[in-house]
Write a protein that binds this ligand. Structure first.
Ligand code: ADP
Ligand code: MG
Length: 276
């Protein structure tokens, strides 16, 4: 099993792309599991009302379960709602329930509506310290495919933006819009936010189009694009129906190997130089 060295501070990522179906959730849960299995202390925050990350990590998230919704509405603390992922050591999950779908609207009238997750995370980090628990190494926030208040909360809480890209024709077009959003957040809400990581997902090196798109992304984002691309792999797509990540469902698959390699690359690059 691979071991990774711990970052010198907690690295908080948001996995974002306003397109659905590009591999955000798959990337969040598999990177998180790969990191945790390599000895990192990891937490996933599911902020998508679909709760796909909670499902894939085998964490209960029916509507009566305490969740990120209660945290965003300031009714509970993260330490009240966080659960251990049952199948992966060192991995915790703040689950999302379907109630979260209403939060987009309920948040509008609340004070500091964009900062709620950021503040809750800060309180949670402080709480862990008080409890004598070790610092987390990685936090991954899994976003819904839209730029509403939920995604904005994730952008404000994070330091690093991780963009999964499916190598296809319109990928780059969506990327420039996403970059504008990141810049807008940097300017108005979170000056620490940086796009640090781009990961090609469902990559098929046999198609010219995929290879072309990859080259174009590399040209524009030579520092951000990971060397590792995640191939299209049936084991990756099967795992969620067994409430598993591919790391536990089929650790010897090429999909699992690719996510381990991506995790190692992210760890090796280390935390970005702070902007503020
Ligand atoms: P998003 O969170 O961006 O909406 P998902 O992570 O849910 O996207 O992925 C969309 C679909 O593609 C899911 O059914 C998932 O299982 C599948 N998928 C994601 N990555 C891969 C891959 N590398 N190989 C095969 N299927 C994949
Ligand atoms: Mg998703």
């Amino acid at each position: 099993r691979q071991r990774l060295s711990r970052p010198d501070r907690t690295r908080v990522f948001t996995t974002s792309n306003q397109k659905g179906g590009v591999g955000k959730t798959t990337t969040t849960v598999n990177l998180a599991a790969a990191m945790a299995r390599a000895g990192m202390r990891v937490m996933v925050v599911d902020i998508d009302p679909q709760g796909n990350a909670s499902t894939a990590l085998n964490v209960p998230h029916s509507s009566e379960v305490a969740s990120v919704y209660d945290v965003l509405l300031d009714e509970m603390e993260i330490h009240d709602v966080v659960q251990d992922a049952p199948d992966v050591d060192n991995l915790q999950v703040v689950p999302a329930t379907i109630e979260l779908a209403g939060a987009e609207i309920e948040l509008v009238s609340l004070v500091a509506r964009e900062q709620r997750l950021a503040k809750a995370l800060d309180r949670y980090f402080a709480w862990r310290e008080e409890q004598g628990q070790e610092r987390l190494d990685y936090v991954f926030i899994d976003c819904p495919p839209s730029l509403g208040l939920l995604t904005v909360n994730a952008f404000v809480a994070a330091v690093e933006v991780l963009i999964p890209i499916q190598a296809e024709y319109y990928a780059l077009e969506g990327l420039s819009q996403l970059l504008k959003n990141v810049q807008m957040i940097q300017k108005h809400l979170n000056p620490r936010l940086q796009l640090t990581t781009i990961l090609l997902t469902m990559f098929d090196s046999r198609t010219n189009l995929a290879v072309q798109v990859a080259e174009e992304v590399r040209e524009h984002f030579p520092k951000e694009l990971l060397q590792t691309a995640i191939p299209r792999n049936v084991r990756i797509s099967e795992a969620p129906s067994y409430q598993q990540t591919v790391l536990t469902y089929d650790p010897s698959s090429v999909g699992a190997a690719a996510y381990r390699e991506a995790a190692a690359e992210i760890a090796k690059r280390g935390a970005p130089v702070p902007l503020d």
